[in-house]
Design a protein around this ligand. Structure first.
Ligand code: AHG
Ligand code: MN
Ligand code: MN
Ligand code: MN
Length: 332
């Protein structure tokens, strides 16, 4: 998955996409355009996120989403912005969002792609000014171009994703994505309104000394998870948990580490959603040399049958995931 043509740090997202497209003779530019549309929506949401404290965008809507979660105003705002950008961009015939019960048909029946999206990840952190993100997953439609998208378009399985990534609205705003040829990271320059290539080829350290989980659920965790975490603590490893999956994942991607969301009493099948959290982040981590497991197999091998189904998630440095799953000797 080495980049065939390494591009210089500092090149713009636009130039990067154009050069990448030029490498693939058969590329007709639709996926490039789709990535541009996602980046545009990310810029718009970034502006809302940065103003959240000043405008009436914080707080909850006083209604629940299909997940049974209290929808935050910014959840809804981000959802609208991404669906609008994908509708206006013309390349996506349908969108599946965490914030929508069912598929949203964009009206672009000629669009060749569908997008599953978590418009705003880490909603509990919006009002307290902690990093949040957006996660997206792109498939080439299997339904007939010109007709309405179908459930099958979104239930093709994790290994059929053609692209996936996230935007992290953190101390700086970053776009990180893959099209199956490695992972690239772009940092947003607010004053210019541009994403610039800052991490040309992200690979995760094979091991690490960080574990990320909400230990409030300790007494719900399976014994093997508790054994692993106890071993981590014996070794003096660091617990780091922001409570925004994108932020915890991104830190571990760069420094090495493992993020764990095991089954809990409240969420016996795990809390995180397969189609727009686990699948895209699993595609990315494998492209970066890492691993993503559900506890009963590889995330990307999950057979998704429902749009909002959940899974346990153990994702990060391969040596740490292997140790958790007991595939290597745990040093006593
Ligand atoms: P979302 O805000 O998109 O619903 O996702 C929240 C997820 C993830 O971002 C985070 O790591 C996890 O929920 C936090 O869950 P707990 O509060 O149960 O730890
Ligand atoms: Mn989320
Ligand atoms: Mn969300
Ligand atoms: Mn949510």
């Amino acid at each position: 998955t080495e980049n065939t043509i390494a591009q210089p740090v500092g090149t713009t997202l636009e130039r990067y996409i154009m050069r990448k497209q030029a490498e693939f003779r058969f590329a007709t530019g639709e996926l490039s355009q789709l990535l541009r549309d996602i980046a545009l929506a990310g810029k718009i949401v970034n502006r809302e996120v940065n103003r959240a404290g000043l405008t009436t965008i914080i707080g909850s809507m006083g209604q629940q989403n299909v997940q049974g979660e209290a929808q935050q105003k910014l959840d809804v705002e981000a959802n609208i912005r991404f669906i609008r950008a994908l509708t206006n961009g013309g390349e996506a015939c349908a969108v599946l969002s965490e914030e929508e019960d069912d598929i949203i048909h964009t009206g672009n029946a000629q669009g060749k792609y569908v997008v599953a999206i978590d418009p705003l990840d880490g909603s509990s952190n919006i009002d307290v000014n902690i990093s949040i993100g957006t996660i997206f997953s792109i498939y080439r439609r299997v339904s007939k171009v010109g007709e309405a998208a179908t459930r099958e378009d979104f239930l093709q399985g994790g290994r059929r994703q053609v692209a996936a990534g996230y935007i992290l609205y953190g101390s700086s705003t970053m776009l990180v994505y893959t099209t199956g040829h490695g992972v690239a990271g772009f940092t947003y320059e607010n004053s210019l309104g541009e994403f610039f290539l800052s991490h040309p080829n992200i690979t995760i350290p094979t091991s690490g000394t960080v574990f990320s989980c909400n230990e409030g659920y300790w007494f719900d965790y399976p014994q093997y998870v508790r054994d692993y975490l106890t071993q981590c603590k014996r070794e003096g490893q660091s617990g780091r948990y922001v409570g925004s999956l994108v932020a915890d994942y991104h830190r571990n991607l760069l420094t090495g580490g493992i993020y764990l969301y095991p089954p809990t009493g409240k969420n016996p099948n795990g809390k995180l959603r397969v189609l727009y959290e686990a699948f895209p982040l699993a595609f990315l981590i494998e492209q970066a040399g890492g691993r993503a497991e559900s506890g009963t197999g590889s995330i990307l091998d999950i057979v998704a049958t429902e749009f909002h189904q959940r899974t346990p998630l153990f994702v990060g440095s391969p040596a740490l995931v292997e140790r958790l799953l007991g595939e290597t000797e745990v040093v006593p």
